[in-house]
Design a protein around this ligand. Sequence first.
Ligand code: ADP
Ligand code: CDP
Ligand code: MG
Length: 231
Amino acid sequence: MWRRATLFLRVLEPPIHINASLSQTFTTGFPFHFQEKDGICPKPLITFVLGGPGSGKGTQCGKIVETFGFKHLSAGDLLRREMVSDSEYGSMIMNTIGEGRIVPSEVTVKLILREMESSDNHKFLIDGFPRSQENRIAFEQIIGAEPHMVLFFDCPEEEMVKRVLSRNQGRIDDNINTIKNRLQVFESLNLPVIDYYAKKGKLYRINAVGTVDEIFEHVRPVFEACEHEAR
Ligand SMILES: Nc1ncnc2c1ncn2[C@@H]1O[C@H](COP(=O)(O)OP(=O)(O)O)[C@@H](O)[C@H]1O
Ligand SMILES: Nc1ccn([C@@H]2O[C@H](COP(=O)(O)OP(=O)(O)O)[C@@H](O)[C@H]2O)c(=O)n1
Ligand SMILES: [Mg+2]
């Protein structure tokens, strides 16, 4: 039903314009300003967390942080924080999120990079990113790193809509009209990224239906295996 209702919406993503000063600063490759620990610069361990709106990404990230000690970076939270700050991007971000579209990759990657650089943790859970192939390419170009693995919370549309409409966090995009756009954007821009990582053998698809704890029991072994591999 949702898919049919949104079929005729055209989804356009703004092109990436990495301006001169940004590209000069950030294209030298990761870890550019990464924090040293005991004189050593550890290699970052990056996990991308993907899934449609309301699929439970943020909720499961909270549990992963508690259990496995990652630093959680939610692209949506970073954008919302930037939106209410004095930033030159504030009104652009508000309009874009309000319409359920994707913020230009350069802005989002810059916010992620700033957080990575100021973190003393080298294990990152990057939630809600990359939302498009352009997001993915901008991350690779600006940060110069690839994810170790990618989680995909696979959830039926009707369940996602139900969860978003009862989320109650006062978000400007948690309303029925914006949700339709977000689902359309997810399908046309985010599914190709998910496919891309599946082909690279980096994707872990998690059934996102069930209680929070039941779902986490599917997530846990993925991280246990990753920790085992890192030893
Ligand atoms: N397994 C679940 N079952 C029911 N509700 C859930 C579940 N996981 C999360 N929720 C709730 O659904 C809403 C969306 O979850 P959230 O983690 O914010 O998703 P996302 O970050 O993918 O949009 C929140 O109100 C959350 O409390
Ligand atoms: N990589 C990203 C992530 C979020 N966003 C914007 O932020 C909105 C909210 O993202 P979010 O990840 O917090 O949303 P949920 O999937 O958690 O509901 C998205 O609908 C986009 O408008 C973006 O433009 N680019
Ligand atoms: Mg979220």
